[in-house]
Design a protein around this ligand. Structure first.
Ligand code: C2E
Ligand code: MG
Ligand code: MG
Length: 298
C-alpha cells in the first residue's frame, strides 16, 4: 500500500511533469498515493488494470426513448471510476486528469470494450438495442481508433450500425484535419454518429455544413429551461426542424419531468433521454430495466 500525502496542487503538477518526462514513465510515483494523485492509474506498473475484472472503471447506462411508441432507441454508456477511497467518481471528476495524463486512449478502449460486451449480451438475450459511446478530441486524433473499433465490432460479432459514437461540437472546432479524417473513416466503417451537447459550441451550424450526422443531441441547458422560457421553446422548435431537414434525429438530453417531456414531444422531438425515463444505471440494473421494457422475441 502506498504512502498517503496531501500536497498542494501546484507542487503536485510540477512533480508530475518532471517525472512524466523521465524515461520509463512516472514509475517513481507508484509509492505515493497522495490525495491528488491517481493511485493505480498513473504508474506504468498498474496500467494493465485498464483491462480485466479488477479494472477500476465501469460503465453506467442510460436509455434514449423513442417518442412514437416509448420503445428504447439506444443505451448510452457513461464511464465511472470506482475509486478505492473516494467512492464512485463521475467523468467530470477524472476525465480532465486522464486527458492530462495521456490516458484517454486506453480509457476509450476500455469503455468501448465494456459497452460492446454488454451490447452482445443484451442482443443474445433478444434485446435488440444499440449502444452509444462518448469520444473525446484526443480519441479522434488517435490514428489507431478506427481500426480498434472495427476489431472490437468483429470480436463481439456486432454490425457497425449497432454502435453510435457521440462526439461534441468542440471536438471538431479544432482545425484538425486528422480529427475530420477519423470521423470520415468512422462513417465509412458504418458506425452511427451523434453530435452531443448540440448548441453549446461556437460554430454549430458551420460543423453541420461538412459533417453528416445521424442525430443531434440538444444540450440540456435548452431542455431544462423549456417550461420557463419562450426563447428556449424557439430554440427547441428550430433545432427539431433543422435536425429533421438534415435527415437526422433530434435527441433531447437531461429531460427531468413529465411537463418538459410532453412539451418536447409537442414540438416534434422524436427521442428523449433523462431522469424522467431512467437515470444512468449500473449494468445489472439496466439489464432488469430493459428486460421489463423490451419484449423479447419468442
Ligand atoms: P453527456 O454525454 O452529454 O452525458 C449526459 C450527462 O447528463 C451525463 O452525466 C448524465 O448522467 C447526465 N444526465 C442524464 N440525465 C440527466 C437529467 O435528467 N438531468 C441532469 N441534470 N443530468 C442528466 P455524466 O455521466 O456525469 O457525464 C458527463 C459527461 O462526461 C458526458 O456528457 C460526456 O461528455 C462525458 N463522458 C461520459 N462518459 C464518457 C466516456 O466514456 N468517454 C468520454 N470521452 N467522455 C465521457
Ligand atoms: Mg453523450
Ligand atoms: Mg450531452
Amino acid at each position: 500500500m502506498g504512502r498517503r500525502l496531501a500536497v498542494p496542487r501546484v507542487w503536485h503538477r510540477s512533480v508530475r511533469q518532471r517525472y512524466r518526462s523521465r524515461r520509463g514513465g512516472p514509475r517513481w510515483l507508484c509509492g505515493w498515493h497522495c490525495s491528488l494523485c491517481w493511485p493505480g492509474l498513473w504508474c506504468s506498473r498498474s496500467r494493465p488494470r485498464f483491462a480485466g475484472d479488477r479494472a477500476p472503471f465501469t460503465c453506467y447506462y442510460q436509455p434514449k426513448i423513442n417518442a412514437s411508441d416509448e420503445s428504447v432507441h439506444s443505451v448510452e454508456a457513461l464511464v465511472r471510476w470506482r475509486h478505492p477511497t473516494r467512492g464512485l467518481l463521475l467523468p467530470d471528476q477524472f476525465l480532465p486528469a486522464a486527458e492530462d495524463a495521456g490516458l484517454m486512449r486506453p480509457l476509450a478502449a476500455r469503455v468501448l470494450d465494456m459497452a460492446l460486451t454488454q451490447l452482445r449480451s443484451w442482443r443474445d438475450d433478444g434485446v435488440m438495442v444499440t449502444v452509444a459511446v462518448n469520444l473525446s478530441t484526443t480519441n479522434l486524433l488517435d490514428l489507431g481508433l478506427v481500426a480498434s473499433i472495427a476489431r472490437l465490432l468483429r470480436t463481439h460479432d456486432l454490425p457497425p450500425e449497432s454502435l453510435i459514437l457521440e462526439i461534441t461540437e468542440s471536438t471538431l472546432t479544432t482545425d484538425s484535419q486528422r480529427a475530420r479524417n477519423t470521423v470520415a473513416a468512422l462513417r465509412r466503417l458504418g458506425t452511427r454518429l451523434s453530435l452531443d451537447d448540440y448548441g453549446t459550441g461556437w460554430s454549430s451550424l458551420a460543423r453541420l455544413q461538412d459533417l453528416s450526422v445521424d442525430e443531434l443531441k440538444l444540450d440540456q441547458v435548452f431542455v431544462a429551461r423549456l417550461a420557463l422560457d419562450p426563447r428556449s421553446i424557439a430554440i427547441v422548435r428550430s433545432t427539431v426542424a433543422l435536425a429533421h431537414s438534415l435527415g437526422a434525429d433530434l435527441v433531447a438530453e437531461g429531460v427531468e419531468d413529465d411537463a418538459t417531456l410532453r412539451a418536447l414531444r409537442q414540438y416534434g422531438c422524436n427521442i428523449t433521454q433523462g431522469n424522467v425515463h431512467s437515470p444512468p444505471l449500473p449494468a445489472a440494473e439496466i439489464q432488469r430495466w430493459l428486460a421489463a421494457r423490451c419484449p423479447t422475441p419468442r
